[in-house]
Design a protein. Structure first.
Length: 363
């Protein structure tokens, strides 16, 4: 027992040291913030944050063999930087709500907790909040590995002149959440029908007698379950701490390949980081070989396309535009050359931006 007391004393000392360093760090961030303000620079610097994440995760591996878990380290640094940024400038971030959805989770992963969040009820409202300057950034889903593309999000880029400033890829993990502490007491399960469908096998195996009730969202299921003492909800991890519910069973979804990609939209351009992506909208005329000619520009300069998606232009019947994602930043030489050629031929409708690739691209 005495040995524990000694080690705990050592942990107390370490915590004092961590606290001292955190306070020193936030003061320096404040100074940097003042310099940025005075020189008219953007206060929020996601490219710098990316550099820090990569450096810290690498050092943790190289110096300490990854003793401290990578995911935990990511979250700790996410919060440290979120807090440091908040003393420089409080950010306002609109996202497709309600609270505790996967879009909320994506927003937290990108901005941390020290941000003013504005949950809104439609994707259009997210774009609107940013467009009107009521939010600095917006977070929207753009594609899921099982359900496909969120067309509505793509269409919003035709309507609004916002830029893509970042992306987040989140594994869709579903959990059984409840006030209860034991599975046997669960008589009813509430959730959105997609979530129920994805967990059907687990339910049949583990709670075959439970009554299943559909709700309009996984967040709503949590609200209902909060008031009950015989029920559980299927929802995200963020929902568990938003609603203070116990996780009775983890990762009960079927597919291990269920990921959703979210976009961070804003009004600014991002610097080159060396691991970037560029998105744009192209016009392809309705005549033989035109798509081929467009793609040839990328081929000529060795630009790798990661996605190409067609959408009705909404200007004329059967007239389409193409949403293209490519590897690289628009300031990279080969990307610049390909884009210049496309611009010369009048094929670019809109540049949506170059931005750092998702930190954990798990698709
Ligand atoms: C301190 C800065 O401001 C913000 C906070 C950061 C941090 O806590 O390290 C990093 C980037 C910025 O979003 C900076 O620009 O360096």
């Amino acid at each position: 027992m005495e040995e524990i007391a000694l080690w705990r004393k050592r942990i107390d000392e370490i915590d004092e040291e961590i606290l001292r360093l955190l306070n020193e760090r936030i003061k320096i961030a404040q100074k940097i913030g003042e310099i940025k303000k005075a020189s008219g620079l953007d206060i929020h610097a996601p490219e710098r944050e990316r550099e820090i994440f990569e450096r810290v995760l690498k050092l943790n591996e190289e110096l300490y063999g990854g003793e401290f878990p990578k995911e935990a380290l990511f979250h700790i640094y996410r919060e440290i930087m979120s807090a440091c940024l908040s003393v420089e400038k409080p950010l306002r971030v609109a996202y497709l709500g309600p609270k505790a959805t996967f879009t909320h989770q994506a927003a937290l992963e990108y901005f941390g907790f020290s941000v003013h969040y504005i949950p809104v009820s439609t994707i259009k409202d997210v774009f609107n909040e940013v467009d009107l300057g009521r939010a600095d950034y917006g977070v929207v889903p753009v594609e899921n590995t099982i359900e496909g593309v969120v067309n509505y999000t793509l269409d919003m880029f035709l309507e609004y002149d916002l830029k893509i400033v970042g992306e987040v890829v989140i594994p869709i993990k579903l959990h059984l959440l409840s006030n209860l502490s034991s599975l046997e007491d669960v008589k009813r399960i509430y959730s959105h029908r997609h979530a129920i469908a994805q967990c059907r096998n687990w339910i049949d195996k583990n709670l075959p007698k439970a009554q299943i009730i559909e709700t309009e969202s996984t967040a709503r299921a949590c609200e209902i379950v909060l008031e009950l003492n015989d029920a559980a909800a299927i929802a995200s991890e963020v929902a568990s701490y938003t609603y203070h519910l116990n996780i009775l069973a983890q990762n009960i979804q079927e597919s291990a390949n269920n990921f959703t990609r979210f976009l961070i939209v804003g009004n600014r351009s991002m610097k080159r980081t060396g691991k970037d992506k560029t998105s744009l909208i192209l016009a392809v005329r309705n005549k033989p070989g035109d798509l081929y000619k467009t793609l040839e520009s990328f081929y000529l300069y060795g630009v790798n396309l990661t996605k190409i998606e067609s959408r009705p232009s909404k200007k004329k019947a059967w007239d389409y535009v193409f949403f293209v994602d490519l590897d690289g930043h628009m300031e990279d030489h080969n990307v610049r050359m390909a884009l210049d050629l496309l611009a010369k031929e009048n094929r670019i409708i809109k540049m949506l931006g170059s931005y750092p690739k998702a930190l954990f691209e798990e698709s």
